[in-house]
Design a protein around this ligand. Structure first.
Ligand code: COA
Length: 328
């Protein structure tokens, strides 16, 4: 088995900022309610002409530059998204063309907010087994296009952005120690985006009127306790597998849906909130892109240093959850 490491990271956030105060103008809500219930103060919104692959291109170019690898050298692109440019072809294929990654095979992975860890896990196997020498793992989401902007319990939570990592065969040191992924399909109704799927097509006036093309979070709002439990289990699984403890970990990079979920996770893991790297205040929930964006920011601001142990963890619709433990 080859050793696999993250050799470059990058992220891209659209320029437009939508603050809680902006939301006050279109919804019966207020900054104080949103901040205390969710930890979110603002989020980014993609431009009208931007699709998921455009955001992914910007994040990927930074990750490739960081890795010192040219787009033509990339052999595999795995893109995590629930908001691809088109149902067919995959968002990753548009990205491959935009990057000029002419030697790469590309495909999408759908695992909602855990998407980046699923994509990482898949790409890692190809390199471990010697099939490809490197891969671009990217998560890109335009969640704001899925929202019903009259639903104040849902639309306040989400934002847009992309994060990427280049992974490759490495020598000693810096490497992915393990990835673990899980699914509970029976609870799939908890976070639902039915529109466009074969169950709701062809798109009709009725399906639009019933808001079947908007994100439905009724179950998700009721399953906060499940989220806390799964996040904590995923962290514990990674540590147990590697015979390590949380004290060995420098920083946890969690998916960020709600600050109160993360406070619950910290309590359950018996660790301080300082151990968790947070971006929720400025970006909200960017589904699969939250983890790689936070990872890139933690690398850029020096939170993550060579030799540090970094724990990625996520939970999301599907239901899906997982973790990845990385020696930086
Ligand atoms: N502004 C003001 N009031 C709001 C509001 C908003 N944006 N959204 C909901 N409310 C109101 C509700 O109508 C309700 O009013 P009522 O009591 O008169 O019926 C009340 O606030 C609910 O308050 P509370 O019970 O304290 O809210 P909560 O603690 O359940 O928090 C969410 C609501 C949406 C913040 C919370 O359920 C949440 O974060 N859900 C998302 C979970 C998630 O992301 N899961 C996926 C993990 S990947």
């Amino acid at each position: 088995m080859k050793r696999v490491g993250i050799v470059g990271t990058g992220s891209y956030l659209p320029e437009t900022v939508l603050s809680n105060f902006d939301l006050e103008k279109i919804l019966d809500t207020n900054d104080e309610w949103i901040t205390t219930r969710t930890g979110i103060r603002e989020r980014r919104v993609a431009g009208k002409d931007e699709a998921a692959s455009d955001l992914a291109k910007r994040a990927s170019e930074k990750a490739l530059a960081d890795a010192g690898i040219a787009a033509e050298e990339i052999e595999l692109i795995v893109m995590a998204t629930v908001t691809p440019d088109t149902q067919c072809p995959a968002g990753a294929n548009w990205l491959e063309a935009k990057l000029g990654a002419v030697n790469a095979v590309s495909f999408d992975v759908t695992a909602a907010c855990t998407g980046f860890i699923f994509a990482l896990s898949i790409a890692e196997q190809y390199i471990k087994n010697g099939i490809y020498r490197n891969a671009l793992v990217v998560a890109s989401e335009i969640m704001t296009r899925t929202l019903d902007w009259t639903n104040r319990e849902t639309c306040i939570l989400w934002g847009d952005g992309s994060g990427a990592a280049v992974i490759a065969e490495v020598g000693d040191g810096h490497r992915i120690l393990s990835t673990h992924i899980h699914t509970d399909g029976a609870s799939g109704d908890n976070l639902l985006l039915p529109g466009g799927g074969s169950k709701t097509t062809p798109i009709s006036f009725e399906s639009v009127e019933k808001k079947l093309h908007n994100l439905d979070m009724i179950g998700a709002n009721q399953s906060v306790k499940v989220a806390v439990r799964r996040f904590a289990e995923a962290c514990e699984e990674a540590l147990l597998h590697n015979d390590l403890t949380l004290d060995d970990v420098k920083v946890i990079i969690p998916h960020q849906a709600n600050i109160r979920i993360l406070q619950g996770v910290a309590k359950r893991l018996n660790c301080s909130m300082d151990k968790l790297y947070l971006t929720i205040e400025k970006y909200g929930n960017i589904s699969s892109a939250t983890v790689p964006i936070a990872l890139d920011e933690a690398v850029r601001d020096g939170t993550i240093q060579p030799g540090d142990l970094v724990l990625l963890t996520a939970f999301g619709g599907g239901l899906t959850w997982g973790s990845s433990l990385i020696r930086w």
